[in-house]
Design a protein around this ligand. Structure first.
Ligand code: GLN
Length: 544
């Protein structure tokens, strides 16, 4: 039976609970345990799919087609365990289910209430699908004391009571701020946060204290005394030079040991951290560097491209090079004064990432043209691949080539798709249907052409599976004319109808993919497309 670790946050948001959960899971995994991580989000959206990246950062897509919180990306990157729809739930999804049941009459005349109906649904979700996992880590979004988080705290309280002793553990992540004028760390916010949590009936077992300065033993003892935990269970979590050092850092502070002790496990094997030592070694000792220009729309907020950022870093680790990422606003490249050459000339590689809407699209197309004409390694992802096809079509004489996403066009090189085949059978959509959860989502297979660049990038594979999240597709009617002009469609859906990958054989490295490879890259297993792209950028850097 799985043991449960409940992770809550206190004092302020943005403490990095997701990273903490991922790191703890990685440490338990390194000791040979089977782990799974789940995220509970108190907001009322059914999923983050319809939220702007500025609201919520990246939307992370799972193999089974769920649009989830970006923390699930950390979980997958740190543990290699594929996340599922069943690993992320929001208040919105829970209420949606409860209200649907109420309308069906499933509650047999009862009054439907937060306690017990909402709390039961939260518990059900936590307890579902335990498989043969040793530990299920449940991370709760928001900060203790938030009104919308209360049903979740109540569900934790009940679970702690209902499951056998030694089957649950509460880890509370807090902040120990440094007051410069006084030259002191302050423990009071942690004390208040624990008091708040305790008032909801949850006594934490372990406190993970985020701090910018080392926490002296005297403060650790003080926190322990006031918060009713052992001093060894007050774990300092200092700012890390890189997210990849966090598991090693927490291990050195005794986090995994204390967690196991909390469950009464004293004979656990020592963790095998070789994988993390190697990742940190590669990250800390690069033997060169490359600069990649990412031409996008949400460049003001790095969280909007979280997985992309990490996948580029992984690509660098594969070659032992540091990847400097220049986030470039595509709109800068539009209009007569769009000074594209001076901004893109210093780049060893150009990447146009996924995105939605027309804004910045002409700047993205201009960046593709620059990369194609100058022979600079180019990588287009999802919208970036669509832009590469539109650019190719315009170069091939289809002057008005565009996407129907941007409005009506006579040359729809990219168009909305209303029917496609999935593992579950034929999918159908209305062009004017709901926006939430209706895209082509999750893992789909693509067949690769032999002798193509991508087939060799994927180690000679003829079939791959990658994750999708898009409503539009490159129009099959343009495949033949574009191929005649040198843009080769080297990956197609198994039925041969949907273009999945394009490349230019006459270019040092020009690849566009309709899927999101960044979602599957891991620090210890860099995605081959990112490794290939950074390798090409490295060749480019040697040239200039
Ligand atoms: N907006 C495009 C579509 O819906 C691309 C989406 C994406 O880049 N994720 O097809």
């Amino acid at each position: 039976m799985a043991r449960y670790i409940f992770i809550t946050g206190g004092v302020v948001s943005s403490l990095g609970k997701g990273l903490m959960a991922a790191s703890l899971a990685a440490l338990l995994q390194a000791r040979g345990y089977k782990v799974r991580i789940r995220k509970f989000d108190p907001y009322l959206n059914v999923d983050p799919g319809t939220m702007s990246p500025y609201q919520h950062g990246e939307v992370y897509v799972t193999d089974d087609g769920a649009e989830t919180d970006l923390d699930l990306g950390h979980y997958e990157r740190f543990t290699g365990v594929s996340a599922k729809q069943a690993d992320n739930v929001t208040s919105g999804r829970i209420y949606q289910q409860i209200i649907a049941r109420e309308r069906r009459g499933d509650y047999l005349g009862a009054t439907v209430q937060v306690v017990p109906h909402v709390t039961d649904a939260i518990k059900e979700f936590a307890l579902a699908d335990q498989g043969d996992h040793d530990f299920i880590l449940c991370e709760f979004g928001g900060t203790v004391g938030d009104i919308e988080g209360l049903p979740f705290m109540e569900a934790i309280r009940q679970l702690r009571n209902e499951l056998e002793p030694h089957r649950t553990l509460s880890v509370h992540v807090t902040l120990v701020p440094y007051i410069k004028a006084a030259g002191e760390l302050k423990t009071k916010p942690t004390q208040h946060s624990v008091r708040e949590l305790a008032s909801l009936g949850i006594q934490p077992d372990i406190l993970l204290c985020r701090a910018e300065h080392p926490i002296p033993d005297s403060d650790r003892r003080k926190i322990a005394q006031f918060c009713n935990v052992r001093p060894e269970a007050v774990i300092p979590a200092l700012d890390a030079p890189s997210i990849y050092t966090v598991p090693l850092q927490y291990h050195a502070e005794g986090l995994d040991r204390e967690v196991l002790r909390g469950f009464g496990i004293t004979d656990a094997p020592e963790p095998d951290l070789a994988r993390w030592d190697d990742v940190v070694e590669r990250f800390n000792h690069p033997e060169g560097e490359v600069t990649i220009g990412v031409v996008g729309k949400y460049v003001g907020l790095p969280d909007a491209y979280k997985s992309l950022n990490e996948a580029l870093v992984h690509g660098g680790m594969a070659h032992r090079v540091k990847v400097n990422i220049q986030w470039l606003d595509a709109e800068l490249f539009e209009g007569a004064d769009g000074d594209i050459a001076s901004r893109l000339e210093p780049m060893h590689g150009i990447l146009v990432p996924g995105g939605f809407g027309e804004r910045g699209s002409e700047g993205k197309i201009a960046s593709v043209r620059f990369a194609r004409e100058r022979g600079v390694p180019f990588f287009g992802i999802c919208l970036g691949m669509q832009m590469a096809c539109i650019e190719g079509a315009r170069a091939a004489g289809f002057e008005h080539a565009s996407s129907t996403e941007f409005g009506p066009t006579h040359e729809p090189v990219v168009g909305i798709i209303t029917e496609w085949m999935s593992k579950e059978g034929l999918q159908k959509r209305e062009a004017s249907g709901d926006l939430g959860g209706t895209m082509r989502l999750g893992a789909y297979e693509a067949k690769l052409a032999g002798n193509s660049r991508v087939s060799s990038v994927y180690g000679g594979a003829t079939s791959i599976s990658e994750r999708h999240r898009h409503r539009y597709e490159v129009n099959g009617a343009y495949v033949a004319p574009l191929e005649k002009d040198g843009l080769i469609f080297s990956g197609m859906s198994p039925d041969g109808l949907l273009p999945e990958i394009v490349e230019r054989p006459d270019h040092p490295w020009f690849v566009g993919v309709q899927f999101h490879p960044e979602l599957k890259s891991k620090p210890f297993d860099p995605h081959p497309l990112f490794a290939g792209f950074i390798g090409a950028a490295l060749d480019q850097a040697r040239l200039v």
